[in-house]
Design a protein around this ligand. Structure first.
Ligand code: ADP
Length: 319
């Protein structure tokens, strides 16, 4: 393999830039040329290809977002769109592709491999919802952003003696809610995987109220329902003054943490090594601090799971 491509797709996540840098530098280290494809699969179809040099990825390791830009592209979901993309790759003499993104992006990578184009997926999403890796690139940064926000809300919660409901991102996954809730000593964490029952949550909060608790922090994963709806029901049923905060897109931005930079560097470089070794249709990940790879078809059929022991622990610690 003498020339490869790299793109970022779907939702951006902090650390994507560090992953791009690792792909570019590791390829050049192996004397392989690299093209950056702008705007994800959209740019793949339109031929928005840019030759990357060592300096193209200078000064980005600490920046959030993605230097290659990202997009969502409906056309790429069709076989015609996918074939247009492969034509562009062939036109540029590109023999392998690294796709950095979430599970939607992985489906695109799966299709490219089915059409015979070697593609490797790197997990870039704040949601931590990709099987086959303990952590995705961006999760740790988003977790720390959420923690910082909750710490601030806690100051107000304590001063005003109110209940605060905070809705955090994560799509269908509860990881961001669970980890931030545990890290912040939240009274209650509501995640889709636990199938929480509203009556139980209300009675827990009432118990807290009875033993003199003056304020509560409740973290709701977006996949478990709307924070506003949750807050309204809580106020109705407990009579506690309740405020709702939806953290929103601040969770996707910011300078990546040390952990995310290291993870992105390791996974990006590993993806290049695997491509050059002839692997295709696989995704890279980290499990028990070891670099691993898995068949993309398996990853896309495996359901995401959270560590329910951690959920249980959060309840034990917030009695
Ligand atoms: P993420 O990668 O963050 O999960 P999306 O789900 O929006 O983000 O997916 C990003 C892009 O991946 C989509 O806009 C589309 O171009 C491509 N994609 C998603 N699903 C498929 C699919 N089934 N087949 C081909 N491409 C897909």
């Amino acid at each position: 393999m003498k020339r490869i491509g790299v793109l970022t797709s779907g939702g951006d996540s902090p650390g994507m830039n560090a992953a791009i840098r690792a792909v570019v530098r590791k390829a050049i280290y192996h004397e392989v040329e690299v093209y950056g494809i702008f705007y994800g699969y959209q740019g793949l179809i339109t031929g928005d290809f840019h030759k990357m040099e060592l300096g193209s990825v200078g000064d980005i390791i600490h920046r959030g977002g993605t230097k290659l830009y990202t997009a969502r592209c409906e056309e790429f979901k069709t076989p015609e769109g996918q074939k247009k993309g492969i034509k562009q790759l062939e036109k540029f003499g590109i023999e392998g592709l690294v796709v950095i993104g979430g599970d939607g992006s992985y489906r695109g990578a799966q299709k490219l491999t089915e059409h015979g184009f070697p593609t490797i997926g790197v997990p870039g999403t704040i949601d931590n919802d990709i099987p086959g890796t303990d952590f995705t690139i961006g999760f740790d940064t988003a977790l720390n952003t959420v923690i910082e926000a909750i710490d601030k809300i806690r100051d107000t919660a304590t001063s005003h003696e109110r209940t605060y409901v905070i809705e955090v991102m994560g799509r269908e996954a509860g990881d961001l809610a669970l980890w931030s809730g545990l890290a912040d000593g939240a009274e209650t964490i509501v995640i889709p995987e636990a199938g929480d029952d509203m009556n139980q949550i209300v009675s827990r909060l009432k118990r807290g109220q009875e033993r003199g608790k003056k304020h509560s922090i409740i973290i709701v994963a977006e996949g478990a329902g709307s924070g506003f709806e949750f807050g309204r029901r809580l106020q109705e049923e407990t009579n506690m003054e309740t405020r709702v905060t939806v953290l929103g897109h601040i969770q996707r931005g910011g300078s990546p943490t040390g952990s995310d930079r290291v993870l992105a560097s390791r996974l990006g470089a590993y993806a290049v090594d695997l491509l050059l070794q002839g692997e295709a249709g696989v995704t890279v990940g980290i499990q028990r601090n070891e670099l691993v790879f898995h068949d993309i078809n398996e990853i896309l059929t495996e359901p995401h799971s959270v560590d329910l022991n951690m959920y249980k622990l959060s309840q034990e610690l917030s009695i």
